[in-house]
Design a protein around this ligand. Structure first.
Ligand code: UT7
Length: 332
């Protein structure tokens, strides 16, 4: 029997109109465009301003865009997985809400929370449903409203994150393309260094937790930085080596967009030229589970069938991983 692989056959996205610039942040906290550009590499981020709208707002728009671009009817989708750390609510899953909003009725949907690695975890999970022959049209969406958990009085975190969503369609193929290899890892020891202290079952919301500003992202930046550089580079190099790839064989490297310095360090370890690396952190900041598909969205018109692509990520948990795939289509 021919081997069935899961191939990305389309990309969609949703970007909010509201742009939060470094200049505006400089009026909120003691920071400068120069510091943010030098230390992180971000110029601006998109923010959801609509009242009472959460991750599903942008997630549904991204999925609608994907279905429209690929000519897919909502009825054809048989699974939707949403990666997010900012679900609309604790339950039900944001994936259920997105499916309802876009009219996906013949599918099951659920959420994956793996911090910034959520999209790669969700894409890997989705690929198994496709490879097994169980599912034929699977949507994987990364959707975040990071602005809902950011303390805009904390200069160490508020410059980093942005809101956004992007989605891919995954379908079976027997051609020599699609997802070829994946490695995911996690180490819960990382929870001490990057987390949201309150709002879960261990510390439910109370006056005390709100007063102590515990519903925001808590991050020990330098510690996370060191883990991110070494683990994202290690797993990306391993992905190249175990697939017999040299740096010149790789068409594109798609790294999680957390910090320009992390991206540059990883690309250097892999021996890559900057021209091979997708970088859009300057425009969107760190959109957590949406960074990888937002890169694919921005570069979609430059991708060609057969391109060798490695995606890599690192995030809260800690979680990290890399995926090797061969792009499945030429620009439409
Ligand atoms: O995506 C999930 C995983 N997350 C990551 O990968 C993030 C990893 N970490 C980082 O990207 C970086 O550690 C940060 C961007 C968070 C911080 O950059 P850093 O170069 O590690 O800065 P730092 O925390 O060591 O702070 C250096 C100095 C401090 O001042 P003092 O103590 O030396 O006087 C900070 O108070 O920079 C100060 N600082 C700022 N100054 C101006 C921190 N944030 C700012 C700011 N503007 N926004």
């Amino acid at each position: 029997m021919e081997k069935i692989r899961a191939a990305i056959t389309g990309v969609g996205a949703s970007l909010q109109d509201y742009i939060l610039t470094n200049e505006e942040l400089g009026k909120m906290v003691d920071t400068t465009d120069e510091w943010i550009m030098t230390r992180i590499g971000i110029k601006e981020r998109r923010i959801i301003k609509e009242k009472d709208e959460g991750a599903s707002f942008v997630g549904a728009k991204a999925v609608s865009n994907l279905l429209e671009k690929t000519g897919t009817s909502p009825d054809e989708v048989d699974l939707l997985i949403c990666a997010t750390v900012t679900p609309d609510m604790q339950f039900p899953a944001t994936g259920n809400i997105i499916s309802d909003k876009v009219g996906i009725k013949n599918a099951f949907s659920f959420d994956v929370n793996a911090g910034c690695s959520g999209f790669l975890y969700a894409l890997t999970t989705a690929s198994k449903y496709v490879e097994s022959g169980t599912n034929k049209k699977v949507v994987v969406v990364g959707a975040e409203k990071m602005s809902s958990i950011i303390d805009y009085t904390d200069r160490a975190t508020c410059c980093i994150f942005g809101d956004g969503a992007a989605a891919v369609l995954l379908e079976p193929t027997t051609e020599e393309c699609g997802i070829i290899d994946t490695k995911l890892q996690s180490d819960g020891v990382g929870r001490h260094h990057l987390h949201q202290k309150a709002g879960g079952s261990a510390r439910p919301a109370s006056h005390e937790t709100v007063d102590a500003r515990e519903h925001f992202v808590y991050q020990e930046g330098q510690h996370v930085f060191k883990w991110a550089v070494s683990n994202m580079a290690d797993v990306s190099v391993e992905m190249m080596e175990r697939n017999g790839m040299k740096s010149e064989d790789l068409t594109w490297f798609v790294p999680h967009q957390a910090n320009m310095r992390i991206i540059e360090a990883t690309a250097k370890r892999m021996g890559l030229d900057k021209k091979q690396v997708m970088i859009n952190i300057e425009k969107y900041g760190n959109t957590t589970a949406a960074t990888l598909p937002l890169c694919l969205y921005d570069w979609e018109n430059q991708l060609r069938k057969g391109d060798n692509i490695i995606l890599a990520t690192f995030g809260a948990g800690f979680t990290w991983g890399a995926m090797y795939l061969k792009w499945a289509y030429d620009p439409r």
